[in-house]
Write a new protein. Sequence first.
Lengths: 277, 424
Amino acid sequence: MRTRRAARAGQYAALLGYLLFLAFPLLWLLSTALKSPRELGSPHPTWIPRHPTLANVRQAFTEQPLAHAALNSLLVALATAVVAVTLATPMAYVMARHRTRLARAATGWVVVSQAFPFVLVIIPLFLVLKNLRLIDSLTGLVLVYVVWALPFALWTLTGHVRAVPAELEEAAAVDGAGRLRTLVSVTAPLLAPGIAATALFAFVTAWNEFFFALVLLKSPGRQTLPVVLTHFIGAEGVADLGPLAAAAFLATLPSVAVFALVQRRITSGLLAGAVKS
Amino acid sequence: MRTLAKALVLLLLLAGCSAPGHRDGGPITLRFQSLAWQQESVAAVKDLVKEWNATHPDVRVEYVQGSWDSVHDQLLTAFEGGEAPDVVHDASDDLADFAYGGHLADLTGLLPARLKSGIPPSSWRTTTFGHGVYGVPFLQEPRVLIADAARLRAAKVRVPTPERPWSWTEFRQVAKRLSGPGRYGVAWPLKEPVSATLNLSLSAGGGLFHRDADGKVAVRFTAADAVVPRTIHDQVAVDHSAPASTLGSGGSDTLPGLFAGRYAMVPLGFSYRQQIAQQAPKGFRWQVLPAPAGADGLVQGVSPQTLSVAAACPHKKEAVAFVDFLLRPENMVRLALGDWMLPTGTEALKDPALHTRENGWATGTALAARLRPAPAQSVRGYPEWKDKVATPAFQEYYSGAIGLGELRGRLEKDGNLVLARYQR
């Protein structure tokens, strides 16, 4: 009994250590955001600011349009997640359920398309968007992000669809359910965790993306949060550390919030049907 | 499903916007992309744009906030796509490819006489590529030594001035004298070792890049080029008057060590004074000293900040008029003070605000006449040479992994192979 308790305590200690390790960047960012310039230059950095101040947060919001940029980022990230999942789900279903040569070739192409680096595609992409009059437009940016997120979304969702036994759909058909009814009542609930995870991935990717946003958006009113954050960085990487940390910390919060919201659905969905009753 | 579709349409409608572009028949609109980033400099630039717009109703300037981070890639894409800003803020060492690529307007016949004569020829050389002038250099910063005044006084060393600077040999001796257990005479933050080394090497007569009669550039690492690298190497590896730990650091990373008395001096760009003034603990006395002088005196290389006009800009005359307004002597001073840098203009340099001893302004201003174009300024292929050959070679040399012969070999042999590809 004592050994079991000790083992449990060890497990919790290890888990706590791992959590601290994961949370370190965020906690350090918070600590930096609350320090004065003088404390930031101190040779003996401390975890807890000696004289905590919100001056950096105030400066960040006064100097840059952070709230507006955050709204732009939120719109773009939500639209990307919704469009990517809406397009990828039926495509993934077809690719998983109909294993034709075309489906296999499409899967291969999806994998290959992930290999192209940003810099290789940016100029042709820029020209295409220019012809579509979508430069300096959030719609254009959403389009790019959807295209960028789609292969991965398709790939992961195909795996999730494959994990749903086809026998369940056949059983529903035997019970008289039509194709649409089967998809809505049987397949969709089982796919929900996969859809949620994929949407989360698309959201976080779009929320954090910098380079496309930098190149494609020109007007200050349309810039997204990662672009605005770089305005705290000068030539040769010199940074206005306090306001940058304050703004960066605030920028991480929506991702954390969205993850916290979706996480329960992911885990509950993953566990559903794991045990035969 | 219907709700989802509605939400999607709503999101896309909210997200959808279109670019304003130039107005037809109305006033001209110029887009000015500024890279100012510090609170004071952003305010100064925005104020100047506001003043221009108030006095020039026919030529409206739209302020666009750019970013030093990835500015080259961002501009390249915008140029290639024909969507570049009309007036572009950048640095002279980033202009060569844009100028040779035909993306920037040749300002030779467009520059007003006042602006042309107000900036010295050595500064104009930083933006001259071939026979054209592709930008107006307006702000620059020499590399200086930021020193702990108390440590200098305690060690009773001669404090250098622009009139009587230290030689590189004297600098090495002083750094040794300022060192002790756990304390170093100097800390070299050499995260970007190439530009720092090359620019300082001009003082010793180094040039590294030599243009032959046929116009082709070749790397030749002479004895003069070895003076600065050898000094740094020996301070780290032989004298131990400089720590090896800062060789991979940026300038800001060394400041806590300077404030704590761990380092007596740190070679930094002139604009770092702003951070030091902001972060230095109360009672910490710091001093700006000129960088050591070599056979060529206090000469050093710089890559000034520049204002250029896009080749595709349909209103070049108006764009140059705006640049001329921004860079009037009194405005140049405002921009310089905002960025804690030096103006290039000779009239602007006379401003009393730049001659005060406070925060070391006077020392920096006294160095302005000795600033020359950075050696790599107009060398095509320099970015690749720097990233693939020179940066790793200098880093390995400074850390003691390779010797001077190996450094020379790599810079010349591997380096010339890279440059040759750009000069066929």
